[in-house]
Design a protein around this ligand. Structure first.
Ligand code: C5P
Length: 215
């Protein structure tokens, strides 16, 4: 039985970084499920597939030619690690993520990441829907202000321009969309440990998750 650690939480809560480091520490595989939604969104934006065409969007998701190589994310023969982090892509990702057919198409892909010696999966519904029998479930949060300033720094570091005001507005809208949607809404899974990282360093958060896993 391959162990799975799920780390769910809102946008820019730091769960991606924490999940990645936990995976590295344990020598486990890592699934950034948000990246799959972002890759689907990027492809749809390029093909100008409208939000209304759920069937076409699900087809794109199903046939996503994606590869994860360490920190690099590839779509066909193009490295898109930075491109998928653009706000426009994240926003469209959170819209198509409300479509059941898209979620269904990506579910199979996500289950495939569960391989020995183990998996750390980060997203919104890893513990509630995709891996409900996970070994350890964590719900990682931070205040909207802490998240906005982290996202600001991330975007600037990647060479994007950003405004705090727009980011706060976007984060609040995206939180509302992720939490209020009918399918797989963002909420703590049954049995999940809550971790508020507003006043924590990444290292402290990683240590806490590892302590829970070891217990
Ligand atoms: O985590 P990230 O911001 O990269 O995810 C992009 C979008 O994909 C989120 O806003 C969310 O709507 C959606 N998502 C999801 N379920 C997941 C991961 C991401 O609905 N497991």
């Amino acid at each position: 039985n391959v162990p799975v650690i799920t780390i769910d939480g809102p946008t820019a809560s730091g769960k991606g970084t924490v999940a990645h480091r936990v995976a590295q520490h344990l020598g486990f595989h890592f699934l950034d499920s948000g990246a799959l939604y972002r890759l689907t969104a990027l492809t749809a934006l390029r093909h100008q597939t409208p939000l209304a065409d759920e069937h076409a969007l699900a087809k794109l998701a199903e046939k996503l030619p994606c590869k994860f190589l360490g920190h690099e994310i590839w779509l066909g023969n193009e490295e898109v690690s930075n491109a998928i982090r653009a706000e426009e892509v994240g926003n469209f990702a959170s819209k198509i993520a409300a479509l059941p057919a898209v979620r269904h198409a990506l579910a199979g892909l996500q289950h495939g990441f569960r391989m020995p010696p183990g998996l750390v999966a980060d997203g919104r519904d890893m513990g509630t829907v995709i891996f409900p029998h996970a070994t350890l479930k964590v719900f990682l949060t931070a205040s909207v202000e802490a998240r906005a300033s982290r996202r600001y720094k991330q975007l600037i570091d990647k060479g994007f321009s950003a405004s705090m005001e727009d980011l706060l507005k976007d984060l609040k809208e995206r939180d509302a969309r992720d939490s209020n949607r009918a399918v797989a809404p963002l909420k703590p899974a049954e049995g999940a440990y809550l971790l508020d990282t507003s006043d924590m360093t990444v290292e402290q958060a990683v240590e806490q998750v590892l302590r829970w896993y070891a217990a």
